[in-house]
Ligand binder design. Structure first.
Ligand SMILES: C[S@@+](CC[C@H](N)C(=O)[O-])C[C@H]1O[C@@H](n2cnc3c(N)ncnc32)[C@H](O)[C@@H]1O
Length: 253
């Protein structure tokens, strides 16, 4: 029986399937990239135990590699994902909120938006998230974001898979990212989770709609929100495309 993709509910991994998150993603997988975030933070802010804010912290996997050197606060829209991050990062202050509108009423030296920035589907949403970042930064403060893909270079389909086991549960995921409509600002990832528990195999599916923007759009919107824009490229082991961090330094005054 064929399954119509548009009937697959979106974002289940951050909601009703959030219990699967630790089986889909492991903190250790973020160690190398977190090293580049640390390098940029040190370069821009210098030594010291600076205060940083992550928007869309998810399970807090990337953040878990930065908390030994920085004092962190974290925001996510999903209570269930926050619960994972709280378990992993018990010393971090956590808040539930939407990165487009949350206002904590205080400032930080850096704001980080890791892959959660892909949840911004329109230029308007992206600008709102950048304005949130600007509101939470002092002059000279640093914004770092890491979009997964750019409209300039995206070439689908992109396929990934992995298997992880925790206790008696083994999960294999298949991840397929493609562009259903090249004329809009989104792409789509379809996921299948094969969960083996006590000799039984159960299959769940999931779908994520993600923003896809030109590099010029990223830089233009960052400038509009009051940032000096910089693109930093790195190489990660086992990753064919370059790993890019978009860095904004909040304008003085
Ligand atoms: C892929 S996960 C982030 C994983 C994270 N990078 C880590 O290291 O664990 C994406 C997260 O973005 C969150 N999110 C989506 N839209 C959001 C929004 N508008 N505001 C805040 N968080 C949002 C989701 O709830 C989810 O937890």
């Amino acid at each position: 029986m064929a399954l119509d993709v548009t009937r697959i509910k979106t974002g289940r991994l951050f909601d009703e399937l959030a219990h699967l998150w630790p089986l889909v993603s492991q903190p250790e997988e973020y160690r190398e990239e977190a090293g580049h975030w640390r390098q940029v933070l040190r370069e821009k802010l210098g030594p010291g135990r600076h205060q940083i804010l992550e928007l869309g912290v998810g399970g807090g996997h990337n953040l878990s590699h930065l908390t030994d050197e920085f004092d962190a606060t974290a925001v996510d829209i999903s209570e269930k994902m926050l619960a994972h991050s709280i378990r992993l990062n018990p010393d971090v202050e956590h808040h539930q909120g939407d990165m487009r509108s949350v206002r904590l009423g205080r400032t930080f030296q850096a704001v980080l938006i890791h892959d959660a920035v892909s949840c911004m589907l329109t230029e308007r949403d992206l600008l709102a998230a950048f304005k949130t970042a600007a509101e939470h930064l002092r002059s000279g403060g640093v914004l770092i974001v890491s979009p997964d893909f750019y409209a300039d270079t995206f070439s689908g389909p992109v396929f990934d898979h992995g298997t992880h086991t925790i206790g008696d549960t083994e999960l294999t995921y298949f991840e397929y990212t493609y562009d259903p409509n090249p004329r809009d600002t989104t792409i789509e990832t379809v996921m299948f989770y094969l969960i083996r528990e006590k000799g039984r195999l159960q299959i769940e599916h999931d779908r994520f709609v993600c923003g896809l923007f030109l590099l010029n759009t990223w830089s233009g919107l960052m400038a509009e929100a009051g940032f000096q824009f910089e693109k930093r490229s790195f190489r990660l082991r086992g990753m064919e495309r370059e790993y890019v961090l978009l860095v904004g330094v909040k304008d003085q005054g």
